[in-house]
Design a protein around this ligand. Sequence first.
Ligand code: FAD
Ligand code: HEM
Length: 412
Amino acid sequence: MSTETLPKLDEQTIATVKATVPVLAEHGEQITTRFYQMMFEAHPELKNVFNMTHQKEGKQPRALANAVYAAAQYIDDLSAIMPAVEKIAHKHRSMNIVPEQYPIVGKYLLLAIKDVLGDAATDDIINAWEKAYGVIAEAFIQVEANMYQETAEETGGWVGYRDFEVIDKVKESDVITSFYLKPVDEGVLPGYKPGQYLTIKAQMPNEEFDQLRQYSLSDAPGKGYYRISVKREEGTEQFPEGKVSNFLHKHVNEGDVIPVSAPAGDFFLDTASKKPLVLISGGVGLTPMMSMLQTIIKQQIDREVHFIHAARNGSVHALKHDMKMAGEEYPNIKTYIVYDTPTEEDMKEKIHAKEGYVDLAWLQSIVPQDSDFYFCGPEGFMKAIYGALKEWNVPMEQINYEFFGPQGDLEK
Ligand SMILES: Cc1cc2nc3c(=O)[nH]c(=O)nc-3n(C[C@H](O)[C@H](O)[C@H](O)COP(=O)(O)OP(=O)(O)OC[C@H]3O[C@@H](n4cnc5c(N)ncnc54)[C@H](O)[C@@H]3O)c2cc1C
Ligand code: HEM
């Protein structure tokens, strides 16, 4: 999107905002924590939209604050941060964030700044930030308006939530179960790009608020259904079990209906590229990779593919059969299983190519450097893969990844 259509700010406002970014960033977490407290108090209905577990973990407050400060730093040239805006906008679009909600966020962000900074937040500073927030919000609103329009214009596309019926529920491993979904209205099901996700709205009987969660589509498009594969997040001594994943596993069955928003996301397979393709997944990060693999089989069967999957052991390895079949049936598809703690049965079966973890030396021994790399998995796993690819000097434009939570920083 061009930034030409955004309102222009005067020099003084720009100078004030830029000069105060470091001050706000210093109190960043305090401000955003206060911001969410005040906003949820005044607008409890927004608890239906925000992930309340992320709130407890503090991940989401940090993500939003950092995005506002990053944008403010480039307030006189927002084109520099438009790629980041686009990325966030995909998530916003999938959760049906609407323009009317932006002033609410703006109002409580400013109130929180005042609250935390006290007298240091002069009227000049607050006025400048109000104007700056207005421009940043407008950038998001315009990008998202285009996305809503594209989604609505797609054959079978929809905006908002559409009811889907669970037509099949299949256990894929001890911890992962697939849900096959079809629209209740029996209307056209739009395609999607392999790697994209759905946002589902979980309406749980014991919860006061709806909970939205993203799940990657785990099969190729064009099959007449959507499939998601969900890992049941177990609790620990410290933390309760995952809300939505356990609800889906334990209480959502064939015949049940779930509201779903249209496929979204900017992490998807570039089917125009002819470079060798390396798909690397850890744990449930397998889901978008499976969609990509199945799409290759349907659309680009001549492409060289290396499909690497790391899991604790065979008991939690989902879609093992599909992976094995792809490797056996198509000579250009090579599959590699990596278990860090194989069971006795795994040792007998010996289907894993490596015991331990994916590392650079091993990657170098099996895949060409000039490949398109896609990866997804737990944050530690992603950092290791990213670090390995950087060390190998793989160009950034050939490195693609997805976080199964708020965007983290792979450089740290
Ligand atoms: C783009 C995208 C795609 C995704 N695709 C998939 C997919 O294909 N399959 C899949 O299974 N998941 C996927 N996810 C993750 C999914 O959206 C959910 O985050 C996941 O299912 C957990 O949700 P939950 O409600 O079960 O857990 P939550 O209730 O959100 O809890 C998450 C974790 O936090 C822990 N926790 C609870 N309270 C606290 C606390 N106070 N402090 C710290 N930790 C706490 C819980 O024990 C749990 O492990 C994806 C996410 C994204 C963003
Ligand atoms: C200019 C204003 C805004 C900025 C800079 C911003 C920024 C962000 C960022 C960085 C994320 C994390 C994306 C990710 O990595 O997953 C995010 C997610 C989100 N945003 Fe915004 N946002 C803004 C406005 C809004 C508004 C107006 C709403 C609705 C009231 C909203 C609702 C959400 C929700 C619900 C999430 C996902 C939360 C989660 O999963 O924990 N945002 N936003």
